[in-house]
Design a protein around this ligand. Structure first.
Ligand code: MG
Length: 211
């Protein structure tokens, strides 16, 4: 039961959920949530290092608040959506920006730019009851000791509940699934040997290297 949950888990990522980030990549602000998925092999736990993939010359970091789904649901209504997660963490949606730009131009799918192995390191999780309300969670990313991204979930275009309601119309959510809820502005390129530290509030949640 436990191992099948881990093997079956999927990662759902919301794109363009912060206006300033949509603007920095010259993307329109969406009217409905926009999502894509990553496979279980994208996930890296326990501060293990991430190896810079060979197929990109411009991998970017995107720090995001991550929800861990705790029960199975389809067509979840917004009203009950908060019952479908009780833990929150933080993760990096690593993106091969050069490849993504080519995909966008050609109208191709994004998997090659987004869903590669190790593209989704995630932190430990904490109970949502130990955090500020879902619409007021501050978070940040430092690389090599320098603050690179700072966000607060109050700036999300679509709330956690709206995201859960929308995505569960399309795909069944299952226990252990992770939802990356979008990145604020300040994304940028990754270099080998970069040291990542991601925070929720003042708590350091994740600390790893890119090799
Ligand atoms: Mg992202």
């Amino acid at each position: 039961m436990y191992s099948s949950q881990i093997n079956d888990m999927k990662v759902i990522c919301i794109g363009r959920n912060y206006i300033e980030h949509a603007k920095e990549l010259n993307n329109p602000v969406p009217k409905t949530p926009m999502f894509f998925m990553k496979p279980d092999t994208s996930i890296v736990f326990n501060n293990n290092p991430v190896y810079y993939p060979e197929h990109t010359k411009n991998m970017h970091y995107e720090v995001e608040i991550v929800l861990k789904i705790n029960k199975k649901g389809k067509f979840i209504s917004e009203k009950f959506a908060s019952n479908y997660y009780d833990e929150i963490g933080i993760g990096i949606d690593f993106t091969a920006r050069d490849i993504q730009d080519q995909c966008k131009k050609k109208g191709h799918p994004w998997e090659i730019a987004k869903a590669f192995d190790q593209s989704a390191p995630v932190s430990k999780f904490i109970k949502k009851t130990d955090l500020p309300p879902p619409n007021n969670i501050s978070f940040s990313l430092s690389i090599n000791g320098k603050r690179k991204q700072v966000g607060n979930t109050q700036d999300m275009i679509f709330s956690f509940n709206e995201i859960i309601a929308y995505t569960s119309k399309i795909v069944t959510l299952k226990p252990g699934d992770l939802i990356f809820t979008g990145t604020p502005e300040g994304v940028g390129p990754v270099s080998i040997d970069d040291h990542f530290e991601a925070y929720i509030g003042n708590e350091m949640m994740m600390d790893f290297y890119v090799k």
